[in-house]
Design a protein around this ligand. Sequence first.
Ligand SMILES: *Cc1c(COP(=O)(O)O)cnc(C)c1O
Length: 458
Amino acid sequence: MEYISTRNKTLKYNFKDIFLRGLAPDGGLFIPRQIKKYNNSEIEKLSKLNYVDLATEIILNFCSSDFEKNKLKKLLEMSYKNFTTQEVINIKKFGDINLIELYHGPTLAFKDIAMQVLGNMYDELNISSNKTVNIVVATSGDTGSAAIAALNDRKNINVFVLHPYNKISNIQRKIMTTVGSNNIYNIAIRGTFDDCQKHVKEMFSENKFREKINMSGVNSINWARIVCQIVYYFYSYFKFKNKKINFAVPTGNFGDVFAGYMAKKMGLPIEKLIIATNENDILERVINTGEYKPSKVKPSLSPSMDVQISSNFERLLFYILDEDDKKVSVFMNDLKLKGSFLLNKEQIAIIKKDFSAKKINDKETIEIIKNFSKNHDFILDPHTATAVGASKIIKDNSVILILGTAHPYKFLETIKMATSKEVAMPKQIAHLMDKKEKYDVLENKITDIKEYILGKIS
Ligand SMILES: *Cc1c(COP(=O)(O)O)cnc(C)c1O
């Protein structure tokens, strides 16, 4: 499989390149030159597989140059053996609501499903065999802990996690900062997630710095993460055979819902992908008005979705613009120089064929958690709640699958506002609760961050 950049189709990369780099040197995102499209009988065969076998088939399409099938299967088995469910994910029915629980990994959010695999791929691809790799990652709360759990104590790998200071939940912070390994550095930035992400992207595009620290990244712009997330769209779709099926997806950086778009491109006949946002509603706005214009991040009850610059949207743009790398570059340049870009009516119509979007504000989120708890005796986390709310825009009687992206225990403060019911502490994190937290607070300045990293690795 050959990879290209959304901003330049002439350069070629292999899986190992794009895995290690995360971001293309021209600032674009990596994308496969071609996508495997399954026919009906192939889909039928896939529908009979268990989770790991299905994951092996799907993921192999994207990395067969670097993995033999059996090796990949072993790697996936190892990645998911600590999950507290038999089949990685869990599907629950509440009346006409179908919840896909994706949060049974070690850090209680869907990020584990891809991140555990990435952690093992670093070893398997021999990336750090003779030179220490420094992974720098920005997190809105869940990516960081998933990365730490996946890379903790690995040889020749350091992990620097940037999170927005005081803008994530207490449990999210605790899971990240109590690990105590020597190769993990937690940095709280006095800024927003968008600031953290901007600094990481900038470090990646500074060749000298990137090479000096042998930098790598595991943010959702890393294509390998998207690939791992495609699997559960197939898997859960197959549990609801022969029906019109929509997915509602709590969305921030557009990685998870983009994986659904990929599943559709690969031949899975999904009806609509419903993008649920909180008050950081850039994606709702772009779908309804065509204007992609990040504004200031507003802190919300669903902090992992407090994103205004939805990086993976660039990948969708590439397809909307007929895979025209020059046009993508023009749009992204407009974004950089003018602070926005504008899609025309035809382009909006293309997006609307596959996507709908709806914003759910904090007040609505609380109401949804409260009513769901009352009606179904089940507690939703605030991110998943936005998807339950957004799913109401589907008015026909087609089936809706809600992606449950996090365990409610991670957001106890919010749950307490919505319901007096207790959430039991999941056993994965019980041992962390009385451990000492360790993190450093830095100013929102890239020079300070670079200095910090250089200081730690010298
Ligand atoms: C990361 C995250 C999201 C958003 O996913 P994206 O791929 O960034 O769109 C939603 N919910 C939770 C709980 C998350 O951790």
